[in-house]
Write a protein that binds this ligand. Structure first.
Ligand SMILES: Cc1cc2nc3c(=O)[nH]c(=O)nc-3n(C[C@H](O)[C@H](O)[C@H](O)COP(=O)(O)OP(=O)(O)OC[C@H]3O[C@@H](n4cnc5c(N)ncnc54)[C@H](O)[C@@H]3O)c2cc1C
Length: 305
């Protein structure tokens, strides 16, 4: 399976599109995902996919097996997200060995969030405190292209300001990270400021890939912003407020907004776009359709889950 670093290196100016999924919570949701959602998105020939690692390390085996299944059945490189939460260094090392033995070649190395209701991250006894330690461990074990998270608005726990957080992102790259995928954001100017600082001030040379989420409902976006600390620009907040809880109207607006956001990012030379799909095919399909990305086969963008 190809390494994601190679995929970006070989991009040659063509945008690399990638899709992020989470592990379905029930057998029905899993059947729906592998029966409809994933095949629908696969027609857009993503360069790679990724699967999240549940809060608190709760999906360890499920994440590994879903990444493995995607790679075996679809023959698409799939990146395993991995956090430092709830595991010792040795346990994480063993999981890396298991992943490598299955042919998993790509890893998103994360610290993870503190458990719900607690403010500060406390490392497990014998565990890792920061993502850069996980990058170093994965580099030592060998065999992985390693991605890390970047935060155009600064990470929400970083009290010293966003540039201090961006300096810590540079430390993750110095430990051996091959590419950066950003937290979702709704104002491209924030991404450009972040990217310019990393490239021009800190000398970062690895691909910096924007993460984009389609807004599908007011409730969804309020929940996500609460979890990840990203913010809505005032103009966008007003537009969403005007649509209230009319989910169809919000979703239609969200697709046009995300498509315009992606067009602008592509014009500004991003190496690709990583879509937070939330395990829903249709919003991402409609965005790709608007970007002129062609599909394999002839099924139109409408009608998928
Ligand atoms: C693309 C993407 C995918 C994600 N996928 C998942 C997932 O699958 N599962 C999941 O649980 N979470 C996921 N997250 C969320 C992520 O785990 C959280 O945002 C987490 O709070 C921070 O992780 P990190 O890897 O950025 O941590 P770190 O890089 O370790 O940073 C965490 C905090 O510590 C600070 N810090 C770092 N180094 C130092 C230092 N040396 N001294 C002092 N402070 C320091 C940073 O400024 C930051 O505030 C994802 C985030 C992104 C952007």
């Amino acid at each position: 399976m190809r390494s994601i670093r190679e995929i970006y290196d070989a991009g040659g100016g063509s945008p690399v599109y990638s899709f992020e999924f989470f592990t379905p919570r029930t057998a029905e949701a899993e059947a729906q995902f592998f029966g409809r959602t994933f095949p629908a998105l696969l027609r857009f020939s993503p360069a790679y996919c990724s699967v999240t690692y549940g809060a608190g390390g709760s999906t360890r085996e499920k994440t590994v097996s879903m990444v493995d299944r995607i790679q075996r059945e679809a023959e698409v490189p799939c990146m395993m997200h991995l956090t430092c939460v709830g595991a010792t260094r040795d346990e994480i090392g063993a999981l890396l060995d298991t992943a490598r033995a299955l042919g998993i070649r790509n890893l998103l190395a994360l610290r993870g969030d503190p458990p719900a209701g607690t403010a500060a991250f406390v490392p497990s006894p014998g565990g890792l405190r920061y993502a850069h330690e996980l990058v170093s461990l994965a580099r030592e074990r060998g065999g992985f292209a390693i991605g890390v998270a970047g935060f155009p608005e600064g990470h929400m726990e970083c009290r010293e300001g966003k540039q201090a957080d961006w300096g810590r992102l540079k430390a993750k790259i110095d430990c051996g990270a091959d590419f950066v995928i950003t937290q979702l954001f709704f104002e491209n100017a924030w991404f450009y400021e972040f990217r310019d600082y990393l490239v021009d001030r800190l000398g970062v040379r690895v691909p910096i890939v924007p993460g984009v989420i389609p807004i599908v409902s007011g409730a969804q976006i309020r929940r996500i912003l609460g979890l990840c600390g990203a913010s809505l620009p005032e103009a966008l907040r007003k537009e969403l407020d005007a649509l209230g809880d009319h989910d169809d109207a919000v979703a239609a607006f969200g697709i046009e907004h995300a498509a315009a956001q992606c067009r602008d990012l592509l014009r500004h030379g991003v190496p690709g776009i990583h879509f937070y799909t939330m395990n829903r095919a249709q919003p991402v399909m409609l965005i790709l359709d608007r970007l002129g990305v062609s599909i394999r086969g002839r099924t139109p963008a409408g009608g998928a889950p």
